[in-house]
Design a protein around this ligand. Structure first.
Ligand code: FAD
Ligand code: NAP
Length: 534
């Protein structure tokens, strides 16, 4: 039953709103559902706050469900959900589902580009890794062409036009690395760096919400270890460069690709050949497949001596890495900053290094020029209306774009309220940009700062736990039209934060869980729930 105080539904979606008759009917139905609760349910004002323009109707029409579009769902499950769908949709289901842009597309566009053969490279999906590349190879064969699987190509020419300089991975420009500053205090278990690049020479510009792509170099010590294990000369010529140079900046030395094992299977015999064949088919004969980077693979087949050129051709190209931009060009003209967590972990006796993060954390010298580009945000940015309130949830390096948002809103004197949820392991060691945020709090730019330290207490306490504690106020910001942003870990945090938001909507917006899920889905469609996760 509608509350007696409720206005007629037609007033919720005004005649002047930019919708077709069909969209109006759909929206009226949607809001009728939302208004059909008790007195604490959505008010007319709240419902209208969900209407940012024509986006809801358009999004609803475009959405065919893509039920596999969930980065936490295993590939086999995703493929099952896509069974019987047209090939491009199945190709989409094979992607990592993060819409992270590392391949230069979102998941759907990458699938479409492969299907239409505008894109030939099957190995660009970083979150999906080898599993996705293998599935794409199988699906690609269904297109019924004789084209060679691009996963086997080291440097294929991009079929898509590279576009404006510095705007895509296929057309990078050079920027100068300026500096790195450690953001954690001594004693932290983490190592996170504030990184700065000078863009004045290359003239690149960007907007807050965009990501910065860069081409890293492998650790030269790892390249040397590979050379040693192969018994190959460092100066062996490869396309006008030396083998060592190509190992440092041309190819990935991380997970050993199927093609490398295929190559080994050609030059070994007996049991070793069988093992190499099994590994190249994605099997795991010794239960160690996940640990085999290129060096470990060579060591496993010790004594293999492939031709250096064939060896390089069997490896994947070294991919660029993306980082959320943590600066605003309105505050720091000609400069871009990043917030980078250093990836290091041990497997057996050897420490493995994240290529780009350790490159930025130590190997690159101030003044060095790197190949970079700006990756335009995929539906991740400040609301066009500066008076709209924003809620930002960014634990760890997830805080990066929100520092940029806050700088931008400060520089433009945006009147909208700003609420940041930040969290990390320990307050004393891992409070990134503490002075800045405290200053912003003092001047009122940061209306609210809610913190969650996961390792300060006996039990884990995360940003979503803090959100639940202040759920009533959070709901009232949403009811006032706030946009919600989430940035950081895709595998667990983003999902958990979304669940918490659903619980908050259910508890404080007086909805059933299903209604709360529908509400959050509509927030997403309306561009009012945006994520930048990796
Ligand atoms: C849009 C976008 C924005 C991003 N923004 C940021 C940002 O602001 N800050 C940031 O730090 N990162 C960010 N990233 C992630 C970043 O792009 C890199 O993925 C990250 O820095 C790791 O890259 P790397 O080259 O150092 O590591 P890689 O060489 O790529 O190694 C990472 C891989 O190592 C493996 N690995 C890592 N840890 C372990 C472990 N403990 N055990 C076993 N295997 C492990 C995993 O397979 C992992 O994928 C972002 C990514 C995207 C797509
Ligand atoms: N492969 C993995 O297992 C793994 C794990 C973490 C991060 N990462 C990746 O590492 C990169 C950098 O991470 P980062 O330095 O930004 O920070 P982070 O390692 O993601 O941690 C930031 C904070 O988030 C907490 N956290 C952990 N799980 C969470 C959850 N489910 N919900 C909410 N918060 C949670 C962490 O707590 P605790 O650490 O105390 O639990 C920590 O306090 C990202 O790319 C991230 O995806 C990978």
């Amino acid at each position: 039953m509608n509350s007696p105080m409720r206005p007629p539904l037609a007033a919720i979606v005004p005649e002047s709103a930019p919708f077709t008759a069909e969209q109006r009917v759909w929206l009226d139905g949607f809001f009728a559902g939302l208004l059909d609760g008790d007195a604490t349910a959505l008010s007319q004002q709240e419902a209208q706050a969900l209407l940012p323009g024509a986006q809801i109707g358009a999004a609803a029409e475009e959405d065919d469900g893509a039920p596999w579009h969930d980065q936490t769902m295993p590939l086999t499950e995703r493929m099952k959900l896509a069974e019987g769908r047209p090939l491009p949709r199945r190709m989409m289901a094979a992607m990592g589902q993060q819409d992270c842009g590392q391949c230069g597309y979102d998941c759907k566009d990458y699938a479409d580009a492969l299907f239409s053969k505008k894109e030939a490279r099957l190995n660009l999906c970083v979150p999906g890794g080898k599993e996705t590349a293998r599935m794409l190879k199988t699906l690609h064969a269904e297109i019924g062409t004789a084209s060679a699987p691009a996963a086997e190509i080291v440097e294929p020419a991009p079929a898509a036009p590279a576009g404006e300089a510095g705007r895509s991975r296929d057309n990078p420009v050079e920027a100068t690395f300026i500096s790195r500053t450690l953001l954690n205090r001594k004693g932290s278990a983490k190592e996170t760096w504030h990184i700065e690049f000078d863009l004045t020479e290359c003239g690149l510009d960007y907007q807050v919400g965009d990501a910065f792509g860069l081409y890293p170099h492998n650790d030269p010590a790892l390249a040397d270890a590979v050379l040693g294990a192969l018994g190959a000369p460092a100066d062996f010529p490869i396309g006008g460069r030396t083998l060592r140079e190509v190992l440092i900046d041309g190819v990935s030395l991380a997970p050993a690709p199927d093609m490398l094992f295929q190559l080994f299977s050609y030059i070994t015999g007996g049991e070793r050949r069988k093992k190499a064949q099994a590994l190249s088919a994605g099997e795991d004969p010794d239960g160690d497949a996940a640990t085999l980077d290129v060096l470990a693979a060579i060591e496993k087949f010790s004594g293999v001596r492939p031709d250096p050129e064939a060896f390089i051709e069997a490896l994947d190209p070294l991919q660029p890495r993306l980082y959320s931009i943590s600066s605003s060009p309105k505050v720091h003209k000609g400069l871009v900053s990043l917030t980078v967590d250093t990836v290091r972990y041990d497997i057996g006796k050897r420490q493995r290094l994240g290529v780009a993060s350790t490159f930025l954390a130590g190997r690159v010298e101030p003044g060095a020029k790197l190949r970079v580009y700006v990756q335009k945000a995929h539906a991740f940015g400040l609301p066009a209306d500066p008076s709209v309130p924003i809620i930002m949830v960014g634990p760890g390096t997830g805080v990066a774009p929100f520092r940029a948002f806050l700088h931008e809103r400060m520089a433009t004197q945006a009147p909208g309220r700003n609420w940041l949820f930040f969290g990390h392991q320990k307050r004393d060691f891992d409070f990134f940009y503490e002075d800045e945020f405290s200053g912003m709090k003092a001047t009122g730019v940061l209306t609210r700062l809610s913190l969650a330290w996961s390792r300060d207490g006996d039990e884990k306490f995360y940003v979503q736990d803090r959100m639940l504690q202040v759920g009533r106020e959070l709901w009232s910001w949403i009811a006032d039209g706030a946009h919600v942003y989430v940035c950081g870990d895709a595998q667990r945090m983003a999902k958990d934060v979304e669940r918490a938001l659903i619980d908050i909507v259910a508890a404080h917006g007086a909805r059933s869980t299903n209604e709360a899920v529908a509400f959050v889905t509509e927030l997403k469609k309306a561009g009012r729930y945006q994520t930048d996760v990796y």
